[in-house]
Design a protein around this ligand. Structure first.
Ligand SMILES: Nc1ncnc2c1ncn2[C@@H]1O[C@H](COP(=O)(O)OP(=O)(O)OP(=O)(O)O)[C@@H](O)[C@H]1O
Ligand code: SF4
Ligand SMILES: [Mg+2]
Length: 436
């Protein structure tokens, strides 16, 4: 996690203010290397259970996670985040692709071969209530990894469990209590203690705070941060809440309909989002300062997310993108490194630096004349000014994105969250329809 990510203990993560510039750690070696990862779920129907279709939940992901870093994975509900996390944990078999962990391809290992490696990667689940067996005591729950892996810690399992409880801010006396005797935040601490029992290298946290009361989200985020510093953990943090990702991640990957559309260092992504979908998501992030909030333009993406059973061809975002042109419907943009450590899958990215540093868009594909292109054919972006405090703190909230541009990041940058007028950009980006 980032140093600047630390929020006050009693502060909602979403309202913890702008993170300070993070001190960049030198990235370590690659711990996790994912290539061509796919998960297609067959859908069956009828008495004969014949195959009625395929959900392309994850459809070709490439990304690395380096030792000691936190990669945030963000996107709207149903875009494939949890499926990705579960495949990285090998709780779900990939349809295609490789997942290397410390140089070994996990997808080629049998269950037996995988078992001893499992202690190196552990998962924290979204719902601490359902992920803890209500019939087991805390001692049994947190001690389970030792028993499963047949590990006898020095001093015995009980002592080790009690130390873990203290580590996550619980009392050793909680050892004999049951999950229902704890609050949501405490239950998540129990889940964290269990995940850390065997001192894993990688922790996949799927929506680790979204089930928690906002008042304790920051406490859990800070705990994860402290534990990372203490044990040199590597995190994959999955969240639909952009504020959580912003406060926890060194790098952020943005997913849309089973694909990564943008991946970059956190500051770079938030100050200069390049994929139009990221721009829309970022502009929905709430700003604590009401004065700045009022000056933001908001982008409304029209329409629902298409079905992962029948995703749009080429660029999957083209049905909702205000910049879509013909090429977007016929040629899939590759996830390419457009600036240093910043990969984007878009033919017409935003916020590209120019030679004079003006920050105008640099087009990767030759656009059609502006008047020959329909405005995204149903993918209408609407800029509006709203004095309302945005309720949305999440990618879900931006499914009907209510995105704002503001004087702070990311809309501070010229093009962020403010789609250009036709004569403004050299590429004649298809403009959004201004709100009345
Ligand atoms: N076992 C399954 N069988 C069929 N479809 C599935 C299965 N698991 C997930 N899916 C589908 O795969 C897609 C991705 O699901 P996933 O749970 O990974 O999304 P997500 O990004 O984690 O969403 P959320 O933010 O709501 O948790 C969804 O369309 C979901 O309905
Ligand atoms: S400009 Fe084209 S390639 Fe880029 S996100 Fe929009 S539709 Fe996709
Ligand atoms: Mg999920």
């Amino acid at each position: 996690m980032t140093e600047g990510a630390r929020a006050g203990d009693d502060v909602n993560v979403a309202q913890a203010g702008e993170p300070e510039a993070a001190s960049r750690r030198e990235p370590g070696d690659v711990l996790v290397r994912v290539r061509g990862l796919r998960k297609h779920f067959p859908i069956r129907s009828g008495m004969t259970r014949r195959r009625a279709g395929t959900v392309k939940a994850v459809d070709g992901l490439d990304f690395d996670i380096r030792e000691g870093e936190t990669l945030g994975l963000v996107g709207e509900s149903g875009c494939g985040k949890s499926t990705t996390g579960r495949m990285v944990m090998r709780l779900l078999e990939p349809s295609e692709g490789t997942i290397e962990f410390g140089g070994r391809d996990l997808t080629r290992l049998s269950r037996g071969q995988l078992r001893p490696l499992r202690r190196d990667f552990q998962m924290i689940f979204q719902d601490p209530q359902s992920s803890l067996n209500p019939r087991h005591t805390v001692g049994t729950i947190v001690g389970l990894p030792f028993r499963l892996q047949k590990v006898t810690p020095e001093g015995g399992v009980k002592k080790a469990v009690q130390e873990l409880l203290e580590l996550v801010g619980l009392s050793p006396e909680h050892y004999n209590r049951y999950p229902h005797e704890f609050s949501g935040g405490q239950r998540q601490r129990i889940g964290i203690a269990r995940a850390l029992a065997l001192r894993p290298k990688l922790v996949v946290a799927d929506e680790p705070v979204s089930a928690l009361d906002v008042s304790i989200q920051a406490q859990v985020v800070n705990l994860l941060d402290d534990l990372q510093s203490e044990f040199g953990l590597t995190y994959l943090i999955i969240a639909h809440d952009l504020s959580v990702v912003r406060h926890t991640s060194d790098r952020v990957a943005v997913m849309y309909l089973g694909k990564i559309v943008e991946i970059a260092d956190r500051e770079d992504l938030y100050s200069s989002p390049k994929h139009p979908y990221t721009v829309a998501l970022m502009s929905a992030v709430p700003v604590p300062d009401p004065a700045r909030r009022e000056s933001r333009d908001r982008i409304l993406l029209k329409g629902d997310v298409p079905s992962p059973m029948d995703p749009p061809p080429a660029c999957r975002f083209h049905t909702r993108c205000w910049k879509a042109q013909d090429i977007c419907k016929t040629q899939e943009p590759p996830l390419a490194e457009l600036t240093t450590r910043h990969q984007v899958a878009c033919h017409f990215p935003e916020n590209m630096p120019t030679e004079d540093g003006a920050g105008e868009a640099v087009l990767l594909a030759k656009p059609a004349p502006a008047d020959a292109v329909a405005a995204g054919e149903g993918a209408e972006a609407v800029a509006e000014t709203s004095a309302e405090a945005p309720a949305e703190t999440s990618a879900d909230g931006a499914a009907e994105p209510v995105a704002e541009s503001s004087t702070d990041s990311p809309a501070e940058t010229p093009a962020a969250a403010s789609p250009k007028a036709p004569d403004e950009a050299p590429g004649k980006d298809t403009p959004p329809t201004p709100a009345p």
